[in-house]
Design a protein around this ligand. Structure first.
Ligand SMILES: NC(=O)c1ccc[n+]([C@@H]2O[C@H](COP(=O)([O-])OP(=O)(O)OC[C@H]3O[C@@H](n4cnc5c(N)ncnc54)[C@H](OP(=O)(O)O)[C@@H]3O)[C@@H](O)[C@H]2O)c1
Length: 247
């Protein structure tokens, strides 16, 4: 049986991943900043697992680094050996909003990069100490190339993607499988109200792609898969083109 820790399962892609794992009989431990939302999510997952599943939870706020160690300890106490720690929690704001609000910019850069990496460093130590496991973290296609609509959010995810690649290079042969998930545009609460680009996806398909990538011990997965080819082209466009276009 799989034993999985999820940070960010109360909404969006994390919620869907948790539902799918619950449906296949995994034992789950949920981390999040609202005990009320965690309790509701745990009830949802238990129902999907057929009622008698164990779903533990503990407080963990990405903006409160003091909460990281106790949360991971609670997860280990609850599950014993952990197969995977999955981080979907993150912040998004439009480029326009961020440019107009320096405090929000600092908060987003801190949460998406510095604090997520700080959490992952503790998750990495835990997994290596127990002999290995998977660390699966949601970055974004926005981190693959500097682009006008996501200058700041993209920079936070570029840093996160680089960190995850380094972890994969350094620790894979010690049993730590690092999976960097790069979603394209996915319909969740995070993207409500934004203009949909072509190839927008849904959390169900993304979660299935991520589960497959974990099974195959991949280092990177684009989801939906079409974004792999979209970004393949965008990464190769010359700068003079990127300055002219709006994406
Ligand atoms: N949706 C997209 O198109 C898209 C595209 C590329 C990358 N991504 C990335 O994919 C990940 C998941 O996105 P999503 O669309 O599923 O997001 P979402 O629906 O907004 O869900 C975000 C989750 O993160 C949690 N969270 C936020 N701040 C937190 C904090 N300080 N401490 C603990 N938990 C916190 C939320 O918990 P609460 O219930 O407490 O709010 C929620 O469970 C994010 O990292 C996002 O940047 C998304």
């Amino acid at each position: 049986m799989k034993r999985i820790v999820l940070l960010g399962a109360t909404r969006g892609m994390g919620r869907e991943l948790g539902r799918q794992f619950a449906g296949e009989g995994a034992e789950l431990f949920l981390l999040g900043r609202s005990l009320e939302e965690l309790a509701k999510t745990a009830t949802d997952f238990k129902e999907r697992a057929g009622g008698d599943a164990k779903v533990g939870s503990a407080y963990c706020d990405l903006e409160d680094p003091a909460s990281f160690a106790p949360a991971l300890q609670a997860a280990q106490d609850g599950l014993g050996t952990i197969d995977a720690i999955i981080v979907t929690a993150g912040l998004f704001a439009t480029q326009e909003k961020l440019e107009a609000d320096l405090d929000l910019t600092q908060r987003l850069l801190t949460v998406n990069f510095a604090l997520t990496v700080t959490f992952c460093e503790q998750a990495r130590s835990l997994l290596l100490a127990q002999g290995g496991g998977a660390l699966c973290v949601f970055s974004s296609v926005a981190g693959d190339r500097g682009r006008k609509p996501v200058v700041l959010y993209g920079a936070s995810k570029a840093g996160l993607s680089a960190y995850l690649e380094g972890l994969d290079h350094k620790y894979r042969d010690q049993g730590l499988i690092t999976l960097c998930v790069k979603p394209g545009f996915v319909r969740t609460g995070m993207t409500t109200g934004l203009k949909e680009p072509p190839f927008a996806g849904d959390p169900e398909a993304v979660a299935a792609d991520v589960r497959r990538a974990l099974e195959k011990k991949k280092a990177v997965v684009y989801a939906p898969g079409m974004w792999r080819w979209v970004m393949f082209i965008i990464r190769r466009l010359p700068r003079f083109v990127m300055r002219k276009v709006g994406f």
